[in-house]
Ligand binder design. Structure first.
Ligand SMILES: Cc1cc2nc3c(=O)[nH]c(=O)nc-3n(C[C@H](O)[C@H](O)[C@H](O)COP(=O)(O)OP(=O)(O)OC[C@H]3O[C@@H](n4cnc5c(N)ncnc54)[C@H](O)[C@@H]3O)c2cc1C
Length: 356
């Protein structure tokens, strides 16, 4: 996809993603609204009677799932019930009391099926979670119920010429390493690749490092096929490919649980990571636009305001929060970001880390 079209599409998608629709769509995950009323109230709002009813339901649910790992430990319920929605001053107060009643961590398709069967039987809401790095509360259980932590289902099942098969709970970095070992790489991945999962990226992400070249996930042809499990009794396992992948891509887990994905691979290349800092954010944008319009073979252009500096602890040496920054990743050997410093006030740091 031409860079300009990718950018326009990216902006359009971003507008779509940013609107607060996930609060509505997540509710579609509920097995039925009436069940939600049984186990959905936030802890503060639950009456003693409600609490006992939901505890009884959860106990029956746990008995039915047998050996599948599960917990009702309060600390773990809190930790797994939240994602990176705290970036938003709007979502933070809305979601702070949302809490799952039980967290499960299945490790096989059979265990995932056992969870689905029991949730449907007891009509308990079910929310799927990968690494919990989503920014919009997509993996927050709005109505309590079962939180399905997919990170235990995490194997790379096959690396072939041109594609990789990965279970949904695998961390993206693991898939990338497996691909690199075969001289190939993923077409794109988010900067959260060390904690985000394949299922979460397909269920809630939309672009990433590599998108300047390959476009957004949906248009890139990156998803070759997905295996999913439906939420019904009995659950069905379907393999979707072609346009049908759209039924689960960017659906926040509301249309089924992604079990495994087959993703397209491209030949691995060497990339270099740089950070350039500028006195104003306007300079950052001007640099980004000029780099984008140049012949540079760019993998990522990421503009960051100085107020986010403190969160980039590992990069403090290059970006301490005193100036605004841009992080271009471009191809070694074609052109180097150091050659496109447009402003005399720009300070560019080539980082030693290289992506092979
Ligand atoms: C600092 C930062 C940088 C980011 N950069 C990017 C970026 O470059 N590009 C980008 O696209 N996003 C980005 N994100 C958002 C987020 O990291 C990505 O969407 C990421 O891929 C989510 O993966 P996860 O495993 O953490 O998913 P979660 O947050 O756990 O889940 C995301 C959604 O997917 C659903 N889900 C999870 N697993 C499954 C499954 N197996 N089946 C069905 N549904 C499932 C969840 O229910 C939820 O709705 C960023 C976030 C942060 C905090």
């Amino acid at each position: 996809m031409p860079k300009r079209r990718a950018q326009a599409e990216g902006e359009r998608q971003l507008k779509t993603v940013v609107r607060p629709i996930q609060l509505v769509t997540l509710e579609r995950m509920l097995v039925t609204p009436s069940v939600a009323q049984q186990v959905s109230l936030s802890p503060a709002a639950k009456s003693q009677e409600d609490k006992m009813a939901s505890q009884t339901l959860v106990e029956q649910f746990r008995q039915d799932i047998g050996n599948v790992s599960s917990t009702v430990d309060e600390r773990q319920l809190r930790q797994k019930s939240h994602d990176f929605h705290w970036y938003s001053p709007v979502l933070t107060p809305q979601l702070q009391n949302c809490l799952a009643d039980v967290v499960v961590q299945p490790r096989s398709e059979e265990e995932i099926a056992a969870v689905v069967v029991a949730a449907v039987k007891h009509r308990i809401p079910l929310t799927v979670r990968g690494g919990g790095t989503g920014n919009y509360g997509q993996s927050v259980p709005l109505k309590g119920g079962v939180l399905v932590d997919m990170t235990g289902f995490n194997k790379v099942t096959a690396v072939e010429s041109g594609s990789i098969r990965v279970q949904a709970g695998a961390v993206i970095g693991t898939a990338l390493e497996a691909a690199l070992a075969s001289g190939q790489q993923l077409m794109m991945y988010p900067s959260t690749m060390r904690s985000a999962t394949i299922g979460g990226y397909l269920g809630g992400g939309f672009a990433g490092i590599g998108s300047v070249r390959h476009g957004i996930i949906r248009d890139s042809g990156m998803i070759q096929s997905v295996r999913i499990m439906t939420i019904e009794e009995p659950p069905r396992i379907l393999t979707l490919s072609g346009d049908d992948v759209g039924f689960v891509f960017h659906s926040w887990g509301t249309t089924g649980i992604i079990l495994e994905a087959q993703l397209k691979l491209v030949p691995a290349e060497k990339w270099i990571d740089c950070i350039a800092t500028f006195p104003t954010y306007g300079d950052v944008i001007a640099f980004g636009n000029a780099a984008f319009d140049s012949d540079l073979d760019i993998f990522l252009l990421s503009a960051v305001e100085r107020r986010f500096g403190p969160f980039y602890k590992r990069l403090h040496k290059y970006f301490d929060g005193s100036r605004d920054a841009i992080r271009p990743i471009d191809r070694i050997g074609t052109a180097n970001t150091k050659n496109v410093t447009l402003s005399p006030a720009a300070s560019v740091s080539g980082r030693p880390r290289r992506r092979e």
